[in-house]
Design a protein around this ligand. Structure first.
Ligand code: AMP
Length: 199
């Protein structure tokens, strides 16, 4: 009789660069994040590509025994090198479908360093939370001050009366990946334990 695979302990959606960036620490962190998700029996939900930090986090999750759900629009299958090694690779027709499925399949969201695609995903998930479309915890990894300038813009917006403090509190910002991830998963209502079979 075929065994049903165990359901993941939690599901984290990671937004990050389709490029590696030029600070090697960012790829090293993406690998640690993936390994941590895998070792804790978690599931990674991401954009489904092999390139850049996206590929690094997916490979590390898979190597550590985690589940990986990649969601990619058909038009990007070649450009972003769709990751055929994903546990589940969902090829969709539109970017909107991609974002909807990623949001549905995740318990929490974290943005690592990335470019405009990452910014867009972060801001959309943030604004959706503000509008009450979801109430899943959302985090920003400000590794090595990468997002200092973005956070300064947000504070500038608060100072100019276009945002208020309650909107800022909808996002957790942290410089260290592990405490940030643990806070978000805890806030989503899950406890994390290392899976013995991954040791
Ligand atoms: P980037 O941060 O620009 O390297 O992009 C990271 C990921 O975000 C890539 O998989 C892009 O396809 C994706 N992306 C780009 N634009 C959007 C968008 N409007 N909505 C969702 N994802 C996007």
């Amino acid at each position: 009789m075929p065994m049903t695979p165990p359901s993941p302990a939690f599901s984290v959606c990671i937004y990050c660069g389709s490029r590696p960036g030029n600070n090697a620490a960012f790829a090293a962190t993406a690998a640690q994040v993936g390994k941590w998700i895998g070792r804790h029996g978690g599931q990674l939900v991401y954009g489904g590509g092999r390139s850049g930090l996206m590929g690094v986090v997916a490979d590390a999750t898979l190597a550590a025994g985690g589940r990986v759900v990649g969601v990619i629009p058909r038009s990007l299958v070649e450009r972003e090198h769709a990751h055929t090694g994903c546990t589940e690779l969902i090829v969709v027709e539109t970017m909107h479908e991609r974002k909807r499925i990623m949001a549905e399949r995740a318990d929490t969201f974290v943005a690592l360093p990335g470019g405009i695609g990452t910014f867009e995903e972060l801001f959309e998930t943030w604004t959706w939370r503000q509008l009450g479309y979801h109430d899943k915890p959302l985090g920003l990894l400000n590794q090595d001050g990468y997002y200092d300038a973005l956070l300064a813009l947000v504070r500038h917006s608060v100072a100019n009366g276009f945002m208020d403090g309650s909107q800022l509190r909808l996002i957790e910002v942290g410089a260290e990946w592990q405490p940030l991830l643990e806070r978000l998963i805890g806030a989503a209502g899950f406890t994390t334990t290392v899976q013995l079979d991954t040791l």
